[in-house]
Design a protein around this ligand. Structure first.
Ligand SMILES: Cc1cc2nc3c(=O)[nH]c(=O)nc-3n(C[C@H](O)[C@H](O)[C@H](O)COP(=O)(O)O)c2cc1C
Length: 321
């Protein structure tokens, strides 16, 4: 990729200057070290790496099985296994190569106070941005319970906003009735950006034993199976965001350059890649290539000019059946 190609991929996300619109997603890259041993992998192919969800105290996570492959996707219920925010800030962040890409912390909590405290700890660290996960389906308290209630979502965002001046990204749940209304409330509460979407709740059953496969009984569905839902949710959230210049990191099932382009056209300023990394760790350099080729073919100078350029049909009724 030459300098002109790289220039076309340059992306601004709420004050962060990124070398590509691609973001490696939380939970799919550990604490940034997961793929660096893979030959050909480079942090320089992505605009940012989002670290594993972090809580106030260390968590062991859920009992096995924690992951299960499904048609065109996977279920996971890791249960936010992590060493706690003190360990992450003291031991892990100093090892991260901040000269290669941007790093985003991913914050979870069981109470509003815990979200505040963990965000405050990251505020006093070299991390580039903070993502708050109010949409984790795999923990009993907090997580999706906050994300599906607009009042609670707003309270968490307000608290985290008080805790930091760093870019604040709110990760929205697709498991809710009106994602656009929730986004509006989070903007009023002070979020700088959104991550859309987290996983959808699902279940796998073993008919012989009549038991659930996942230790946690239910888990979050990710991968290509959820892409059409994710595209619609990005489109819906973008209708609110564009008036406020609040950017979206679109995600959910991205497994090719074409997928990434679809998210950008739907309204995403940046695009997350998660599950696809499990079977294709070198996918990001190819996605970058596809994006640049597309921009050239369509005479578009930069990714940002494509954001939200979706052309809608005018159906006679809102009914999709
Ligand atoms: C194994 C696994 C662990 C995850 N852990 C987290 C997490 O800790 N925090 C979070 O916000 N999202 C987590 N996610 C959700 C992803 O970041 C992403 O939003 C979701 O998987 C959709 O993107 P994808 O289909 O490209 O994987 C996890 C996903 C997977 C597959």
């Amino acid at each position: 990729m030459n300098a002109e190609d790289r220039e076309m991929l340059q992306t601004q996300l709420c004050g962060m200057s990124m070398q590509s619109p691609l973001v490696l997603l939380s939970g799919c890259v550990g604490f940034g070290e997961e793929y660096t041993r893979v030959k050909g992998f480079s942090n320089r192919d992505v605009g940012a790496v989002c670290l594993k969800g972090t809580t106030g105290n260390p968590r062991l996570g859920n009992p096995p099985h924690r992951v299960f492959e499904t048609p065109a996707g996977m279920l996971n219920a890791i249960g936010l296994q992590n060493p706690g925010v003190d360990h992450v800030v003291r031991e892990i962040l100093p090892q991260l190569p901040f000269d290669e890409t941007r790093f985003i912390a991913n914050v979870s909590g069981s109470t509003v106070d815990e979200y505040y405290e963990v965000t405050r700890r990251f505020d006093d660290s070299p991390i580039d941005a903070i993502e708050i996960n109010i949409s984790c389906p795999n923990v009993k308290e907090g997580g999706v319970a906050f994300g599906n209630d607009p009042d609670m979502s707003a309270r968490v965002v307000e608290a985290c906003r008080r805790a930091t001046d760093k870019p604040l990204i709110t990760k929205l749940s697709p498991n809710q009735t009106d994602i656009a209304d929730n986004a509006r409330r989070c903007i009023e509460a002070g979020t700088d950006a959104f991550a859309v979407i987290n996983t959808l709740m699902g279940m796998a059953i073993d008919s012989e034993s009549r038991s659930t496969v996942i230790g946690n009984n239910q888990g979050g569905l990710s991968g290509p199976a959820i892409k059409p839902i994710a595209l619609l949710k990005v489109h819906q959230v973008y209708q609110v965001c564009r008036d406020h210049a609040v950017p979206i990191i679109g995600q959910g099932g991205v497994a090719s350059g074409e997928d990434a382009l679809e998210f950008i056209i739907a309204g995403a300023s940046a695009v997350g890649v998660g599950t696809a990394l499990f079977y294709d760790p070198l996918i990001c350099s190819r996605i970058n290539r596809t994006i640049v080729d597309y921009l050239r073919r369509h005479g578009i100078g930069a990714v940002e000019q494509l954001v939200g350029s979706l052309l809608l049909n005018e159906p006679e009724s809102g009914c999709s059946a």
